[in-house]
Each structure stands twice: as structure tokens, then as C-alpha cells.
Design a protein around this ligand. Structure first.
Ligand SMILES: CC(C)(COP(=O)(O)OP(=O)(O)OC[C@H]1O[C@@H](n2cnc3c(N)ncnc32)[C@H](O)[C@@H]1OP(=O)(O)O)[C@@H](O)C(=O)NCCC(=O)NCCS
Length: 195
């Protein structure tokens, strides 16, 4: 299977392609958006170097994973992704039973439930269509917004890793939190929601 276009009540999630690069420039050029990732805006050269190969990644696409860009009434919101665990060094698990979920939205769209809405649809896709057993996510412990999305999705905090960085971001001393949800937990929550 390849990544399908996905829909939520407010968002159309489209597979990311190189045509979306100008939008990714806009997103990563905002230092507030990049605060817990890099501590500053990415430069245009950094944005090209980071995103161009990812837009062209067909390996994840073959199994229905990868990056999606979200639009509300044709307005760009940001991106969501399901990344292969086996492509992330040091990540828990491995193989295609697991994927890491992530999100990044333009600042003017924050605090409207949009990150959670898009991510909930990616979880449904991951468990129902791809057949994954577990989806996990990681962020800085001080990233309250990202942790809020993980909580809203019903993900559980499984551990906190404190790592040594050459050039630590403010708050790095509190570590990185890892959350996860299994297919069984997701099905249980989905059934409870319907009941
Ligand atoms: C993290 C991010 C995607 C959240 O997007 P969002 O659309 O504002 O999130 P939602 O509106 O779905 O909020 C989900 C929950 O988190 C809470 N939340 C969101 N931002 C918050 C913040 N800055 N501080 C505290 N809580 C926050 C919301 O109130 C909501 O809680 P609720 O379920 O109790 O109502 C957005 O802030 C962002 O793009 N940040 C920059 C990129 C980033 O850090 N990505 C993650 C890197 S791992």
C-alpha cells in the first residue's frame, strides 16, 4: 500500500511531495516552531538539506508510512508523520510492527485541537490500514504542547531518557519523554468512544 490521502472533519492530509517544499520553508523558518527541535529557525539551506530527501522517500511510502501535509480549506496547517522505527537509531522496538508519530504546525494554528485531530487519523490509519502493533512518540519533557497531543491521543508515558548533548537546548536536563499506544489500547479506547 502507499500513503493514502486522509480526511478528518477539518483537515485534508496529503502525502508530502517536493512541491510542498516552499511551505516547509515557511514552517521551519519560525524560531518558535523550532524551539524544542533546534532552538532556532532552520536556515533555507538547512531546510532544503533536511526536507528534500524526505519528500523523495519512497521506502516508507511502500508500507503506507511517511509524511503528510495538512490543509484546512486549502490553507496549509503543517505536517504529521508516521516514521519507521527501524530507521531511527536507538529507537525502541524495530521493524514494521512499530512507527514513531510526529507533528509540526504553523504557530497561528496552535491550540485549536488541530494537531490532535490530524494525529488521531494517523493512528487510525496506522492500526487499521497498516496493521501496526504499536505507535510511539518522543519529545522534550518541557514541550508541553507535544505532550498535550500525546495525552489527548490516549498515549501513555512509558519512560524519560536523560541524554548528554554537545549543545543542549534549554530544558534538556529534564530529558526526553517517550509515550506509546498499542493497537489493543487504541481499539479499546475507540470502542469506548463509540459506546
Ligand atoms: C506541539 C504542537 C503540534 C501542538 O499543536 P496544537 O494543534 O496546538 O495541539 P492541540 O490543540 O491538539 O492540543 C492538544 C492538547 O495539548 C494542549 N496544549 C497545546 N499546546 C500547549 C502548550 N503550549 N502548553 C500546554 N498545553 C498545550 C492543548 O490544550 C490540548 O489539551 P487538552 O487535550 O487538555 O485540551 C504545536 O505546538 C507545534 O507545532 N509546536 C512546534 C513543533 C513541535 O514542538 N513539535 C513536536 C516536536 S516532538
Amino acid at each position: 500500500m502507499t500513503r493514502p490521502v486522509l480526511h478528518t472533519p477539518r483537515i485534508e492530509l496529503r502525502p508530502m511531495t517536493i512541491d510542498h517544499l516552499p511551505l516547509l520553508h515557511r514552517l521551519d523558518a519560525d524560531p518558535e516552531v523550532m524551539r524544542h527541535l533546534l532552538g532556532r529557525a532552520r536556515t533555507p539551506a538547512e531546510i532544503d538539506a533536511f526536507w528534500a530527501p524526505r519528500c523523495a522517500d519512497t521506502v516508507a511510502d511502500q508500507v503506507g508510512l511517511g509524511w503528510w501535509v495538512g490543509f484546512r480549506n486549502e490553507e496549509f496547517l503543517g505536517w504529521w508523520d508516521l516514521g519507521r522505527s527501524d530507521s531511527a537509531p536507538g529507537s525502541p522496538g524495530g521493524g514494521l510492527a512499530d512507527a514513531e508519530i510526529g507533528w509540526r504546525l504553523e504557530r497561528r494554528h496552535w491550540r485549536q485541537g488541530l494537531a490532535s485531530e490530524g494525529a488521531a487519523e494517523l493512528l487510525r490509519h496506522a492500526f487499521e490500514a497498516v496493521g501496526l502493533e504499536r505507535v510511539w512518540a518522543e519529545t522534550m519533557a518541557v514541550n508541553a504542547g507535544s505532550r498535550g497531543v500525546m495525552r489527548r491521543l490516549g498515549m501513555r508515558h512509558v519512560r524519560t531518557d536523560v541524554r548528554v548533548w554537545d549543545d543542549p537546548l534549554p530544558g534538556a536536563e529534564e530529558g526526553e519523554v517517550v509515550y506509546e499506544i498499542t493497537a489493543e489500547q487504541w481499539r479499546h479506547a475507540a470502542q469506548a468512544g463509540r459506546g
